[in-house]
Design a binder for this molecule. Structure first.
Ligand code: ADP
Ligand code: ADP
Length: 226
């Protein structure tokens, strides 16, 4: 795990859209930060820049002691989970989670050890042989998370991971995500447009509006503000 620091980070897209404006953020080691704000305020852009999926127009992003501005996604130790996650339908839960480790040519024993550990944290240990079609929506989303965290990234990024789930599952998964993050202790940035989700999840909540940081604080602090 590592701290993430954004220093005057800006993004202007090729068509001139100014999506993020001189954003300053410091996310400490092991912290769970929630980025919240209305659609179009620049949350996804900020997250994609941290992930290295989007070029930075100005400023610097550091992970740990390294400035990562020009380091592509595959060379950053960052994992990301999206709203629409695609699991491999023909692979069971174990193989879905193991996929990235197999690509990295880890030994069978190491893969089994890591997948088993992650499956336990995600409470999927009794479903390892099932195919995605035989899982609930919440279980599938946990498999997607497992695939991301199994390689022990320094930083874990989530972009509206619950927005495709129904309301009841969403509430249930919220609690689970908070628990999983605590168990792993990995530095996490979680993007949502849902204020309730933001207030219940984060150690700290950052509110964005039109590309700018509007306010930041503990959930209660922000909630109490008029
Ligand atoms: P959010 O995640 O908060 O909904 P985004 O980061 O997706 O916000 O978008 C911020 C702004 O940038 C919006 O005005 C959006 O239309 C614009 N935008 C996003 N992606 C692109 C792109 N590839 N090209 C041009 N404009 C974009
Ligand atoms: P989100 O709300 O999660 O940001 P959007 O529906 O706004 O998702 O955007 C979906 C995709 O479309 C993203 O990849 C984003 O970069 C791109 N996009 C958003 N706005 C624009 C835009 N104005 N021009 C080009 N691409 C855009």
């Amino acid at each position: 795990m590592s701290s993430v620091v954004l220093n005057d980070v800006s993004k202007t897209y090729a068509d001139g859209t100014s999506a993020v404006k001189e954003l300053n953020l410091e996310i400490s080691d092991g912290e769970f930060l929630v980025l919240v704000g209305p659609s179009g305020c620049g949350k996804t852009t900020a997250l994609r820049m941290i992930a290295g999926l989007e070029d930075i127009s100005g400023g610097t992003i550091s992970i740990g002691s390294r400035v990562v501005n020009d380091i592509p996604s595959r060379d950053r130790d960052v994992a990301m989970v999206f709203q629409s996650y695609a699991l491999y339908p023909h692979l069971n839960v174990f193989d879905n989670i193991a996929f990235g480790l197999v690509l990295r040519k880890l030994s069978k024993a190491e893969i089994t050890k890591r997948v088993t550990e992650v499956a336990k944290v995600l409470q999927l240990e009794n479903h390892l042989k099932r195919k995605p079609r035989n899982l609930s929506g919440g279980q599938r989303q946990r498999v997607a998370m497992g695939r991301a965290i199994v390689r022990s990234p320094q930083v874990f990024l989530m972009d509206e991971p619950l927005s495709n789930l129904d309301a009841k599952l969403r509430v249930q998964m919220r609690a689970e995500i908070a628990r999983i993050q605590r168990d792993l202790g990995v530095t996490t940035v979680y993007v949502t447009h849902d204020q309730t989700e933001a207030m219940t999840l984060g150690d700290r909540v950052v509110v964005m509006k039109r590309g700018l940081l509007q306010q930041a604080g503990g959930p209660q602090e922000l909630y109490d503000r008029p």
